[in-house]
Design a protein around this ligand. Structure first.
Ligand SMILES: Cc1ncc(COP(=O)(O)O)c(C=O)c1O
Length: 484
């Protein structure tokens, strides 16, 4: 309970200290944080809102860098120029930067002496850099990007004046490979610069690198006729812990992530890794800074490599792996609860982005800080989000839907075009009348009994009654893990 300590005279906590404790509890995997009586103070009210309702954007707010690193703010740290060459001035953090880059190079399987990279100001800068390399290597190349790609990819096309072929996506948000094939064949006389999404922004869909490589080969594109940039902003730190998808052993050119997303960092930042051989085309020697220049920015934030280094070394591989596992479980948990309550929902494989029907009420989406597109919204299950928060969200949504849709004059949106008919629970696609929404009718879905992690709770869902029960079980009961 975050109020604890306030009972004893002279032992009170500031809002920041409470936030620290809440973050530590989340780090430890605690699912329920009782914040007690936040309305007694405006700051606490804001604090609790902040912890409890930030579920729509890919920010991991579970970090404690300020505790150890706040004194660094007294220094101006500038990593201007190449991370691998000395700075002309002493106030920089390039040793930390290289340590961070080495860590990611290892994760994405490229040898130390074969890679080049730098700590960026975010995923956008990584995309601009990756596509820039492609453009330098293949000056008359066409940029291929699925329509679900992040807007920074299309910005790159505009900035560099590259011809763009926008590729269709399937309803799960993945690239439509037959459309890619058709467009590659149509433009066969020109090289291809391809943006691959390792987790699209809205649906968390992962484009299949192997299928894309096969398609390139089938269409007659040899290795020197294509360049592949992987935008792995959120999932670049999720996927490698489950499946070996991102690897420089494949003929890919660059991979980028956002550091403030899954990993968690108080300042927006990112990492870009490419092949050393590629960077020679881009680099220019700048005498004034006594360095090769191959980055987008000149002056570069020297604080972020230390922040990233701190995140990596305080969590280490095992901590990140635990976060990945917990978030995937929790995303699956939320998806199942929504599905069993007959709410349209979709969750891609290896994704923590739960896509659902757009809530009717703007107040509701604002309260939960949901981002919406057309008739869909999403919840991004990050390490800082507890199971209790997801339960609160679910219960709030179910109750509000009863109000929004009870008299049948307004119906939940049909989202078959957005997430597929099989995931759509509208009256047409699920054969459900409005009476179900008030709990009077039967769903065609099955009751289920699930365990979402190796904790001691079973989740029993009875769709006919829309009843969800959490049952405590003894640790000796050995059930098959539904996600294993
Ligand atoms: C797939 C993808 N790429 C790139 C970005 C941009 O990242 P940043 O906000 O760090 O610039 C995002 C941000 O949400 C994203 O989802």
């Amino acid at each position: 309970m975050l109020r604890d300590g306030e009972q004893a005279p002279g032992a009170s906590m500031t809002a920041t200290q409470k936030m620290d404790i809440a973050r530590q509890l989340v780090k430890l995997g605690v699912d329920v944080i009782e914040a007690d009586f936040p309305a007694s103070s405006e700051i606490e009210f804001e604090l609790v809102k902040c912890i409890a309702h930030e579920i729509g954007f890919p920010e991991n707010i579970c970090y404690d860098h300020h505790v150890a690193l706040a004194p660094l703010l007294q220094f101006h740290l500038n990593n201007c120029g190449d991370p691998f060459t000395e700075n002309p001035v002493d106030f920089h953090s390039k040793d930390f930067e290289v340590a961070v880059l080495d860590w990611f190079a290892k994760l994405w399987e490229i040898e130390k002496d074969e890679y080049w990279g730098y700590v960026t100001h975010g995923g956008t800068e990584g995309n601009l850099h990756g596509i820039w390399i492609g453009r330098e290597l293949l000056p008359n190349g066409i940029l291929y990007a699925s329509k679900d790609s992040h807007y920074s990819v299309f910005k790159a096309a505009r900035l560099y004046k590259i011809d763009l072929e926008m590729i269709n996506t399937t309803t799960n948000g993945e690239m439509d490979y037959s459309d890619l094939r058709a467009k590659l064949l149509h433009n066969k006389d020109k090289p291809a610069i391809i943006n691959i999404n390792i987790g699209t922004t809205f649906k968390g869909a992962i484009d299949d690198i192997d299928v894309i490589l096969q398609t390139l080969e089938d269409c007659g594109y040899s290795h020197n006729k294509f360049y592949i940039h992987c935008d792995a902003a959120l999932s670049g730190l999720i996927v490698p812990f489950i499946k070996n998808v991102i690897s420089f052993k494949k003929p890919i050119g660059s991979v980028t992530i956002s550091g403030h997303k899954f990993l968690g960092c108080p300042i927006p930042c990112g990492v870009q890794i490419t092949r050393k051989s590629h960077i020679a085309y881009l680099s220019r020697n700048v005498e004034y800074i006594a360095s090769m220049d191959a980055t987008i920015s000149g002056s570069r934030n020297g604080l972020t490599p230390i922040l990233l280094w701190y995140s990596l070394s305080s969590k280490n591989q095992i901590g990140i792996q635990q976060d990945v596992k917990r978030c995937l479980y929790n995303a699956r948990y939320l998806k199942d609860r929504l599905q069993q309550a007959n709410i349209s929902v979709m969750l891609n494989e290896l994704s923590t982005i739960v896509v659902l029907e757009r809530p009717l009420d703007h107040e509701f989406t604002r309260h939960w800080q949901l981002s919406c597109v057309r008739d869909i919204a999403h919840v991004i299950v990050m390490p800082s989000i507890t199971r209790e928060t997801l339960d609160d969200f679910f219960i709030d949504l179910v109750q509000k839907r009863k109000m929004w849709y009870q008299d049948g004059s307004v119906k939940p949106p049909c989202v078959a075009d957005d997430i597929g008919a099989q995931n759509c629970a509208c009256a047409l696609h699920n054969g459900i009348g409005p009476e179900l929404l008030s709990g009077l009718s039967f769903s065609n879905r099955q009751p289920s009994l699930k365990r979402y992690s190796d904790d001691t709770t079973l989740y029993l869902t009875l769709p006919r009654t829309m009843l969800n029960l959490a049952i405590s079980i003894g640790p000796s009961l050995n059930l098959v893990d539904p996600l294993a």
